[in-house]
Design a protein around this ligand. Structure first.
Ligand SMILES: Nc1ncnc2c1ncn2[C@@H]1O[C@H](COP(=O)(O)OP(=O)(O)OP(=O)(O)O)[C@@H](O)[C@H]1O
Length: 258
């Protein structure tokens, strides 16, 4: 389980203090898919950096499997928004996906199996020898997802991973994430500012307020597990849920303007 408890982060420097996160508490059960949604600048990236051990919180704590996070937790993989910056352009697709496995000490035969399995799972078999710059943006993001999947993570953090791709590719990648989640039984925390995406993907949605951030509300997405872009998004229950999330985000923005 992933537990975030009374998390607070204040940035200080240059004689200035910014309270990015005020008091965040929520949990993500093993095998769950939780979407975090909040207005721009509400501290989503700060939160993910605290969860992945890249940033030390001012107070409060993050636990993964009961253990406090003090550095990058083993068994956690992160997919960032900017695939262009997260892939090494001088390495082939295969080498990019394989790199964390080498660092993990996985033997050569198993590495090959994992890389092929992951590229196949994201629909990229046959591209192993290509370089990232020879691929479209959507394909590059698939490589980043394959790299995370090959690592066999228990927890997958995704930081607005589809913000930079076109709408059609985005829809395909959303379906890919749901399919991988169902198949791999991995715990997913998916950060997005897109309300429809949060409701479409999530089994739960946690809504954040504007910065200094607290949890504004959360809901269980009681839509059928089998989702598809056409029917799920037209389902009256989907519309009800997205309206509720939208209202909460508007409230959060208004509260911040007061
Ligand atoms: N290194 C830093 N030093 C000072 N302030 C920072 C730093 N990083 C972030 N902040 C501030 O913390 C707040 C939250 O920023 P953060 O990037 O976590 O938000 P976000 O929700 O990811 O934003 P966006 O949706 O626009 O990507 C903002 O007010 C930002 O200016």
């Amino acid at each position: 389980m992933l537990e975030v408890k009374s998390l607070r982060k204040v940035y200080s420097g240059g004689g200035r203090e910014v309270e990015a996160l005020r008091d965040l508490t929520f949990t993500v059960d093993n095998g769950d898919l939780v979407c975090l949604v909040g207005p721009s600048g509400c501290g989503k990236t700060t939160l993910l950096r605290c969860i992945s051990g890249l940033l030390t919180p001012t107070s409060g704590d993050v636990r993964v499997g009961g253990k406090p996070v003090t550095g990058p937790p083993p068994g956690m993989a992160v997919v960032f928004q900017e695939y262009g910056r997260s892939l090494f352009p001088w390495m082939s697709v295969r080498d990019n996906v394989e790199l964390p496995l080498k660092q993990k000490g996985v033997d050569r035969g198993r590495r090959r199996e994992l890389v092929e399995g992951a590229l196949d799972a994201v629909g990229l078999d046959g591209t192993a020898t290509a370089y990232p710059w020879q691929l479209s943006g959507g394909m590059q993001q698939r490589v980043a997802i394959a790299r995370a999947v090959a690592y066999e993570p228990e927890t997958l953090l995704m930081d607005e991973p589809f913000a930079a791709v076109d709408a059609q590719t985005r829809a395909d990648l959303e379906d890919l994430v749901r399919a991988l989640w169902q198949r791999l039984k991995v715990t997913v925390l998916f950060v997005t500012h897109d309300i429809d995406e949060a409701v479409y993907l999530g089994r739960r949605v946690v809504m954040l307020s504007s910065s200094p951030t607290v949890v504004q509300d959360e809901l269980v997405v009681d839509l059928p597990a089998e989702r598809d872009q056409l029917h799920t998004r037209a389902d009256p229950r989907f519309i009800e849920l997205r309206t509720r999330v939208y209202e909460q985000i508007q409230l959060a923005k208004k509260a911040a303007q007061r």
